[in-house]
Write a protein of this length. Structure first.
Length: 643
């Protein structure tokens, strides 16, 4: 039996992709790695090209949007020029340079031109906005769908490590940031650049000297902005992180409200939420203080430059080298250039920030599941042939706890049609065996069925224990109504489903009707048999049902198990008695295997277990004396074993 070293977590090799996903609570020393030998492919670097590639399907609307943008920018810079002309005509007329009638006619004509340009600018601006928004929404929709598809195909181990809140946040927030970058930010940047270049050209055409003076002021403005964005970026990041922490607390609290209530932890969760919100608030306030310093400073600087330009321009006007209209047009161009340069810097900093989000999104998009896709719909690890479950020298560590071997060279064979009960002390690895047979995980080492055979066979169906039961989905599913009803009848569930106001269309689980423990079990059985699986995995109930309900569940299970290979995690003596064979799972191995009678006679681990635990479960319900019960096991349980 191999005694390999426990798999170690190597952050550089194993989990580069998942690092940002992890809550980082440090509870397991950050050992969120895959099982031994598994390697995580390196994420491809996020290039601007790849980022823009997201909008590839929208080339048409975006190109049209760019044309609108150019038109709008041209129109925008055209207005000051015309306004300058208007001023000059008025000044000329007042100085006697032209007749008042002629001046009136020309100013009216210029006004009409301005109106036409403004109308064109508004139209083009509206078109640009609509086209870019349109493209943005479609890009985001596609991205979210792709991201969801990538997530839903990840192996179960991935979800052991990731926080649900984090994943939904990524789906919503990160893709939103990306949408902005791939479409609107690019559009704004193009617009700003166009206006800036045009403004500079017109400034230069109006007065090269004044242009040189204005440009001299740009470096200090850039420097101020650069310092500001350097200081503000970490604040924004920390604020977002604190908000995400608060959101995670809220999500976890609401999803486990019963536990919170049971342990009267309302105060504690409130304090945690408040702590996270306080942190977010403190970063937001620091950010606001920074804004309060930067914007007036930048404003004064810009105003100072404009005043200097005005002063120097006035000297040029006095010297007769520049007209008053040209000077006013120049000042407006200078303001255009300054504002658009600032906007460009802002966009650049948001693109840098968004690259972080892009990396995380692309990491998920690129991530290859460690396990073959659709694990739940494929043949189990131990079932290469129909209905034959075989685990050969299987070693397994959970990806989220890679340093601990849970299964240590476990061998188990269930021939087609046989019923095997798994018993053993808590934590021995029974559920893990079932999870592996179910192909939720692949063995870290040991026998595994070849992939091409997996795909061919229907998956094993599992009847979970009612605590993890039937909630969260419709009682129906994709199956045809006849099959649905047939499965429900097998599971003794048809009558109560039909009696519900919405029948088979009833939503059960979180938002829907609450089902009783026995009803949940029967729904779970119906779900399990609906695909007519060759292998049935049963997780015996741990909660007590009344006699009638128990009878219905037991009858349903017997019908469901008939003619199938059954692996049952058994807690009841009656269940193990019925099984063809009993396997004692102890410390990740099968310690003993045989029939109930054989193992009892052997007087080993099983016999001790029966005395300690199984009898304890039986006694209270049967009203017998709890001879060797150790009192550690609660009330009798619903018998959910295979016949
Ligand atoms: N998703 C998981 N991630 C990490 N460790 C896990 C996970 N599930 C189970 N374990 C660990 O694996 C070991 C075996 O657990 P398993 O649930 O298989 O035992 P079990 O025999 O079914 O116990 P029980 O009878 O209490 O259900 C335990 O130490 C448990 O803490």
């Amino acid at each position: 039996m191999p005694q390999g070293p426990p798999p170690r977590f190597d952050p550089n090799r194993d989990f580069t992709l998942l690092e940002p996903l992890l809550p980082g609570d440090g509870s397991d020393g950050g050992e969120a790695a895959g099982h031994a030998g598994a390697t995580e492919p390196k994420a491809r670097a996020v290039t601007p090209r790849r980022l823009l590639g997201l909008a590839a399907g929208e080339a048409g609307p975006l190109a049209l949007g760019c044309i609108c943008l150019l038109v709008a920018s041209l129109a925008q810079v055209g207005v000051p020029k015309l306004a300058g002309e208007l001023i000059d005509v008025a000044i000329q007329a007042s100085g006697g340079g032209s007749s008042p009638e002629e001046a009136r006619r020309r100013t009216s004509s210029i006004l009409l031109q301005i109106a036409a340009v403004v109308a064109a600018s508004s139209l083009a601006g509206g078109g640009r906005s609509w086209l870019f928004q349109h493209a943005a929404e479609r890009v985001m929709c596609r991205l979210r769908v792709r991201l969801f598809a990538a997530l839903v195909l990840q192996e179960v181990g991935f979800f052991d490590r990731a926080r649900t809140g984090e994943l939904t946040n990524r789906l919503a927030e990160d893709s939103r940031v990306l949408r902005a970058v791939a479409t609107t930010s690019v559009a704004s940047a193009l617009g700003s650049a166009a206006v800036m270049v045009l403004g500079l050209v017109l400034m230069f055409a109006t007065s090269p000297l004044l242009t040189a003076l204005t440009l001299a002021a740009i470096p200090p403005l850039f420097l101020t902005f650069w310092l500001y964005s350097r200081a503000s970026r970490p604040l924004v990041r920390q604020q977002l992180a604190a908000s995400a922490r608060a959101a995670a607390v809220a999500e976890e609290t609401f999803s486990s409200l019963r536990t919170v209530r049971s342990f009267a932890k309302e105060g504690a969760v409130q304090a945690r939420y408040e702590g996270a919100q306080d942190a977010a608030l403190s970063y937001a306030l620091r950010s606001a203080a920074l804004d309060a310093c930067f914007f007036p400073l930048a404003g004064s600087l810009a105003t100072g430059v404009v005043m200097a330009v005005l002063w120097y321009g006035a000297q040029l006007v006095i010297a007769g080298q520049l007209t008053a209209g040209a000077l006013s047009a120049f000042v407006v161009y200078a303001l255009f250039v300054a504002t658009n340069a600032g906007a460009l810097l802002g966009i650049a900093s948001s693109v840098v920030q968004a690259l972080g989000a892009a990396e995380r999104v692309f990491e998920l998009l690129d991530r290859q599941p460690r396990l073959d896709m659709q694990a739940g719909t494929q043949e189990p690890a131990g079932a290469p042939e129909g209905g034959d479950v075989r685990l050969q020298d299987v070693w397994f560590a959970y990806p989220s706890r890679p340093s601990i071997w849970v299964l240590r060279g476990l061998c188990l064979h269930v021939s087609p049609g046989r019923h095997v009960a798994l018993v053993g002390a808590s934590g021995g690895g029974k559920s893990t065996v079932v999870a592996l047979v179910q192909r939720f995980y692949d063995p870290s080492r040991g026998a595994d069925a070849p992939a091409e055979r997996r795909a061919a066979a229907p998956h094993p169906a599992r009847v979970p224990a009612p605590t993890s039961g039937a909630g969260g989905a419709r009682t129906g599913g994709a199956a045809s109504n006849e099959r649905l009803e047939a499965a429900a009848r097998v599971a003794n569930a048809h009558d109560f489903i039909a009696a519900l106001p919405q029948g088979y269309a009833t939503e059960v689980g979180e938002r829907g009707v609450r089902l009783s423990g026995g009803q949940k079990q029967r729904i779970a059985i119906a779900r399990a048999v609906i695909t007519d699986p060759r292998v049935l995995l049963l997780d015996e109930a741990t909660s007590a049902l009344d006699a009638e309900s128990e009878h219905l569940v037991q009858e349903a299970l017997e019908r469901a198990a008939a003619g199938r290979t059954v692996l049952v995690i058994a807690h009841r003596l009656s269940t193990v008695r019925r099984a063809d064979s009993v396997a004692v799972v102890q410390e990740g191995r099968i310690a003993e295997q045989g029939t109930h009678a054989q193992l009892l006679a052997a007087g080993g681990a099983y016999a001790a277990l029966v005395q300690r635990q199984l009898l304890a479960n039986e006694q209270p319900q049967q009203g017998q004396q709890a001879q060797q019960a150790d009192g550690g096991v609660a009330t009798a349980e619903t018998q959910a074993g295979a016949a």
